[in-house]
Each structure stands twice: as structure tokens, then as C-alpha cells.
Design a binder for this molecule. Structure first.
Ligand SMILES: Cc1cc2nc3c(=O)[nH]c(=O)nc-3n(C[C@H](O)[C@H](O)[C@H](O)COP(=O)(O)OP(=O)(O)OC[C@H]3O[C@@H](n4cnc5c(N)ncnc54)[C@H](O)[C@@H]3O)c2cc1C
Length: 280
């Protein structure tokens, strides 16, 4: 369906909206990928945790969505890195998936208040589902470059082990001490054949919060929580942390979409219709 939708919605090669270019793309697998987009003019500065809005022109309209920047503002040579999931039936991501390096794009921003507190020496507990890990990678990379890494715990929930973006980097940091981080990935479908051999934690990330906090000795005095991704996960984690006595100001949140919202209904193409044929 995604291929049909993309064929039915052509992407403009050139557009007055474009001020940026796709410089690099790495596919993690069919529905998760890393994209690097650079301004054709002067780059903008941003704070780790902020987002940029990227888009392309299709059928004369700019189709665009916000994405957390995963790279550090200290490394903009290839452009800004984004970590994106393909949403079946989504309006923008099926277009994004069709892009090849060199494609013109629109990019705006930065925006967002999901940024680090200044001079905070508490343990930073970064909690995310899926691509919600992106802003935490930007934060940690930046703290590292600045020579001031803050002790961190990363709790990352996905359905399948192959969805664990940045796993190699985080495992390497943890093993070498290159960044003082404890990496706690969890998969929610341990019985699935694709998760055969998984020996780590299981269950959605919101269901392991109490155990992880107990095991790691994370206290209200000594830690601050940053939560990003799926809104249902965020609200569940927040409730658990409040139950453990964490005040609101020690729980920072970035919701990737409003609670209860399903993907925007995309135009359905009847069987047998050639989407590339001229419209009647
Ligand atoms: C501040 C902010 C930062 C964001 N950063 C990222 C990011 O770094 N990476 C990223 O992949 N997305 C991110 N998003 C979500 C992104 O903006 C789009 O909503 C998403 O890519 C879907 O766009 P679409 O047009 O294909 O789907 P739409 O037609 O807009 O449908 C949106 C619906 O798709 C579903 N959806 C949205 N995002 C996801 C997802 N990641 N996984 C599963 N279902 C989803 C939800 O049901 C949502 O209501 C961010 C959103 C916000 C508000």
C-alpha cells in the first residue's frame, strides 16, 4: 500500500519550499531509518532535545512533520540526523521513504523545550519507546563533546530487538565507559520468532519502570526523568514515577503525537486502479 500511495503522490524534484537537501540515509530495516538533512545555506544552531520540521512538496503542497534531532549541534557536517519510523497510512513518512540522497527538502526550526536542565548533576534517566530515543542521543553526544557527560540510564522499549536503534553505540559506551551510561533495552514481544535469542528485559518500557528504578537504586533526590515517544507510554511512566514520589518538575516529557490519535487516514486506492494513470 505504501508504494501505491507514494506513486499516487509524486514528490517535486524542485520547489520554492526547498532550502535543504537529503545528504545521507541509512536503513536500519524496512521501516526504520536514519536520515541526514543539511541546509543549502547557513546551518542553524539548536539545543540537544529540540526538533526540526522537514518536508517535501507533493501535488503542489508542502507535506512536513517535526522530528527530534538525533545528532549533536557540535557535528553538522553531514547535516542534522533524524531517526524515523515509517508509519503505514501516514501522510509524510511514506514520502520520506521514497527519497534518494540529493533530494531537495524543506527544513524549519529549531523548536521545542525538551532540553536539558543547566548544570544538573543528578542521574539522568532517559526513557523512550521506538524512535523516541533520538533526542537522548543528541544530548549524550553533546555532553560528551563538551567534556561534561552526565551519568545516565537509558530505558528503551521496542517490539523487536532489531528495532533497537543506537544499540551498538550505547553498548559500546557502557562497555568502555566512554559515556557513563547504563543501557536497559526491553522488548515487548519476547515470544515472537524474531526475538529468539533475546536474553534482556521483556515487556513494554512502562512496565519495567518500578523494577529498573529499584534495581538501579534511582531515587527522587538523585535522579531526573526525561520521557519521549508514544504518548500512552509517557503517561503511564509519569503515573508510575509520581507514585514513587517524583514531583512534576522532575519528569520532563516529549509526546510524538497526541494521546489517542491514530495515523491520519490516507487515500485508499481501489484494487485494479493504476495510481500513475491520469485522473479523470
Ligand atoms: C516534537 C516531535 C518530535 C518528533 N520526532 C520524531 C522522531 O524523531 N522520529 C519519528 O519517527 N517521529 C517523530 N515524531 C512524529 C512525526 O512528527 C510524525 O508524526 C510521524 O513521522 C508520522 O508522520 P506521518 O505523516 O507519516 O503520519 P500521520 O499521517 O501524521 O499520522 C500520525 C499518526 O501516526 C502515528 N505515529 C506517529 N509517529 C509514530 C511513530 N514514531 N511510531 C509509530 N506510530 C507513529 C500516530 O498514531 C500518529 O497519530 C515527532 C513528533 C513530534 C511532535
Amino acid at each position: 500500500m505504501t508504494d501505491l500511495l507514494s506513486a499516487a503522490r509524486p514528490i517535486a524534484a524542485e520547489s520554492s519550499f526547498y532550502n535543504a537537501v537529503l545528504t545521507r540515509r541509512v536503513d536500519q530495516h524496512g521501516s526504520l531509518a536514519f536520515f541526514w538533512v543539511a541546509y543549502t545555506g547557513t546551518p542553524v544552531d539548536f539545543q540537544p532535545g529540540q526538533y526540526l520540521t522537514i518536508g517535501v512538496e507533493s501535488n503542489g503542497k508542502l507535506v512536513q512533520r517535526p522530528y527530534s534531532v538525533a545528532s549533536s549541534p557540535r557535528e553538522v557536517a553531514d547535516g542534522y540526523e533524524f531517526y524515523v519510523r515509517l508509519v503505514d497510512g501516514g501522510l509524510f513518512t511514506p514520502l520520506l521513504w521514497q527519497l534518494e540522497v540529493g533530494q531537495g527538502m524543506s527544513m524549519k526550526g529549531p523548536k521545542g523545550k525538551f532540553v536539558l536542565e543547566p548544570d544538573d548533576d543528578r542521574i539522568h534517566v532517559f526513557i523512550s519507546s521506538g524512535t523516541g530515543i533520538a533526542p537522548f542521543i543528541s544530548m549524550m553526544k553533546t555532553l560528551l563533546v563538551d567534556g561534561a557527560p552526565r551519568r545516565a540510564v537509558i530505558l528503551h522499549g521496542v517490539s523487536y530487538a532489531e528495532d533497537l536503534g543506537y544499540r551498538d553505540l550505547l553498548e559500546a559506551w557502557q562497555a568502555s565507559g566512554g559515556y557513563p551510561v547504563t543501557y536497559v533495552p526491553t522488548v515487548s514481544r519476547p515470544a515472537a520468532p524474531d526475538n529468539a535469542g533475546w536474553t534482556g528485559r521483556t515487556g513494554r518500557v512502562e512496565t519495567i519502570i518500578n523494577d529498573a528504578y529499584d534495581d538501579l537504586g534511582l531515587t527522587t533526590d538523585g535522579s531526573i526523568a526525561y520521557i519521549c515517544g508514544n504518548p500512552d507510554m509517557i503517561l503511564a511512566v509519569e503515573e508510575t514515577l509520581q507514585g514513587r514520589g517524583f514531583p512534576e518538575e522532575q519528569i520532563k516529557k516529549e509526546l510524538y503525537w497526541p494521546k489517542g490519535k491514530a495515523p491520519t487516514a490516507a487515500p485508499r486506492i481501489p484494487a485494479g486502479v493504476d495510481p500513475a494513470a491520469p485522473q479523470q
